[in-house]
Design a protein around this ligand. Structure first.
Ligand code: ATP
Ligand code: MG
Ligand code: MG
Ligand code: MG
Length: 563
């Protein structure tokens, strides 16, 4: 493109209302303009990036066997009443009426529409599975639209839906989407994490993963393990804690009735226990010759059983039989106490550091040895991640947990029959009986993704797009357009690159070089050719902004070769 005739309104200063750097740079670079809160126009530059993102998404969706279609944004409210979401969705759902007072909504997502469509068109198992997607504008009256494209009220989403005859089919569709999402985000050059999540307003019965772009500005907190691949969002991570606190009301039977240990205060053992554990676990120390030989911690059955399963996943922890338990703890160990409540966890304190810890639920084959207090016992503790500290540990392996911020760029759900039930999406199986279709849905916030990449690829002077997303790969800047040699060579290069299918922009404006360079930084093309005085000798200045190298003077042929 020739810059002179483009709608490319760059700004020297960021508008004061833009908090996020990506938002500031997208405004300053002339990528987007706000029309109303959370509602944006994509100017030619922004639309180019969006197109490139869409292209990557379309390729990967097609590879995964999904077919593209396009559904309406304006949807009759009856369908939403049928699914129950007309009220459930709350004030985010934009409702309107037509001239005949018929109710409509502006689609925030398309489960209702696609399910009713497929229900009407497909009724036999032979027509399944179906895998469909669209890239389409969504409407959500967000309480707090912010950060530009990151949380808009009108935004672009890729939403995909799978319809299967059984859960195994859904699992295949889901896994293929997880793989496709990984490839999409990798191809975008995004640093991201897939984290366990909660279903939210989309609902559903099964698994769900969120894809989080790593960025400090992100509105989500993600919990990742420093050692294993455990990763969850904060809401999901606290899910374990909610399960545990639900059992905190259980009255723990009096330990002394069963054993006669010396009792240590909880405070003395707090090194092993976080606050939540102290609140509901009772801890006792077995003494021999004034030396602690074992600690018994008692709590709720399910809780510890659940934790034990996690501990078993840790390295070198193994099952211990009852004799071993008794020998190592130096204490008799029975299966006394009300069923399901008597759950000791043993930690051998025979040496200053734990030598051979034992932990167990009061059941056969539910004791393990070689427990390492630092690693496993903390792994066994309850995780209140909302108030988490640097000392908190991974529920899978016990290593340190890391807390960081993320932007939700994608979300995959196993819906099951939630929508096929309410919207009557059935098929006849091979035996001629009717069954509900098993569904999954899979979203990517395309416009949000554009901003998330910008957030990660920001620099002080503009966005340094990865080459595959850059609105232009090459920017040609003649220092003086009035100089015929310079403008001649610049035009020649422009034509040649364009013919070669390269996205190239030519700054053919009569501006001072300083202005041109500042704008070029904001526009963000990856490669730059500056045509100056040396044009007469067939030499230009070449800058590859991607590898951070300095400008160098090269012959035209060499530059074309490099591109
Ligand atoms: P959030 O938690 O950020 O509100 P969500 O969980 O409500 O998002 P989903 O219903 O999972 O969003 O929609 C699928 C995808 O659409 C999200 O993963 C996100 O990338 C994108 N998205 C959702 N809301 C917005 C928005 N207001 N602006 C831009 N993109 C959005
Ligand atoms: Mg939301
Ligand atoms: Mg969410
Ligand atoms: Mg979501």
């Amino acid at each position: 493109m020739r810059q002179k005739n483009m709608l490319l309104p760059t700004l020297r200063e960021a508008p004061s209302e833009a908090e996020a750097v990506s938002h500031q740079l997208l405004l300053r670079g002339g990528y987007i303009r706000q029309l109303a809160a959370g509602i944006y126009s994509y100017l030619p530059l922004g639309y180019r990036v969006l197109h490139k993102l869409e292209q990557i998404i379309r390729q990967e969706m097609s590879t995964a066997g999904f077919d593209e279609l396009l559904m309406p944004a304006m949807q009759p409210s009856e369908l939403w009443e049928q699914s129950g979401r007309y009220t459930e969705y709350g004030p985010e759902l934009i409702r309107l009426e037509d001239r005949h007072d018929r109710g409509f909504v502006l689609g925030p997502t398309h489960e209702e529409i696609i399910t009713s469509l497929v229900a009407a068109e497909v009724n036999a198992y032979r027509k399944l599975p179906l895998r469909l997607y669209q890239i389409q504008t969504k409407f959500r009256d967000e309480r707090r639209p912010r950060f530009g494209l990151l949380r808009g009220r009108e935004f672009l989403m890729k939403d995909a839906y799978s319809f299967d005859t059984d859960w195994q089919g859904l699992d295949e569709a889901y896994q293929s989407m997880v793989q496709a999402y990984r490839r999409i985000f990798e191809r975008c050059g995004l640093r991201f994490k897939a984290v366990e999540a909660e279903a939210g307003s989309i609902g559903g019965e099964g698994e769900t993963l969120e894809f989080m772009a790593l960025a400090d500005i992100g509105e989500d907190t993600i919990v990742t393990c420093s050692a294993c691949d455990y990763a969850a969002n904060l809401e999901k991570a606290t899910f374990y804690q909610q399960e545990i606190s639900a059992s905190m009301d259980v009255k723990v039977p009096d330990m002394e009735e069963i054993y006669t240990p010396d009792t240590r205060t909880i405070e003395e053992l707090s090194v092993f226990l976080n606050e939540k554990s102290q609140a509901f676990l009772k801890t006792m120390v077995y003494m021999a010759d004034d030396q602690p030989i074992a600690v018994v911690v008692r709590g709720d059955h399910e809780v510890n059983e659940f934790k034990l399963k996690n501990a078993l996943g840790a390295s070198n922890v193994e099952l211990a039989d009852l004799q071993t338990v008794e020998k190592l703890t130096g204490a008799p160990h029975g299966f006394a106490g009300p069923a399901g409540l008597d759950i000791p966890v043993y930690l051998d304190l025979g040496a200053a550091s734990v030598v051979d810890g034992i932990a167990g639920a009061n059941r056969k084959d539910y004791h393990v040895r070689h427990i390492n207090a630092g690693r496993d016992f903390q792994a066994l503790k309850t995780g209140d991640y909302r108030n988490a500290t640097a000392d908190d540990c991974c529920p899978h392996c016990g290593q340190k947990l890391l807390f960081s911020r993320g932007i939700e760029v994608g979300h995959v759900f196993k819906l099951g029959t939630k929508y096929s039930k309410s919207l009557d999406a059935k098929f006849t199986n091979a035996d001629g009986r009717e069954e509900l279709m098993i569904m999954g849905c899979y979203g990517i916030g395309v416009s949000r993704l554009m901003s998330a990449v910008a957030e990660q690829y920001q620099s002080e002077t503009g966005i340094l797009w990865p080459l595959q997303l850059s609105p232009f790969q090459v920017h040609i800047i003649p220092v003086s357009m009035k100089d015929e040699v310079q403008s001649g060579l610049a035009n020649e290069l422009y034509r040649e690159l364009k013919l070669a299918g390269i996205d190239v922009i030519l700054d053919d404006r009569d501006e001072r070089p300083g202005v041109k360079f500042k704008d070029a930084d904001l526009i963000g093309a990856s490669l730059r050719i500056i045509v100056g005085k040396a044009a007469a000798e067939g030499q230009v200045e070449w800058l590859n902004r991607l590898n951070g190298s300095e400008k160098e003077q090269l012959g035209v042929e060499k530059v074309l070769e490099l591109i």
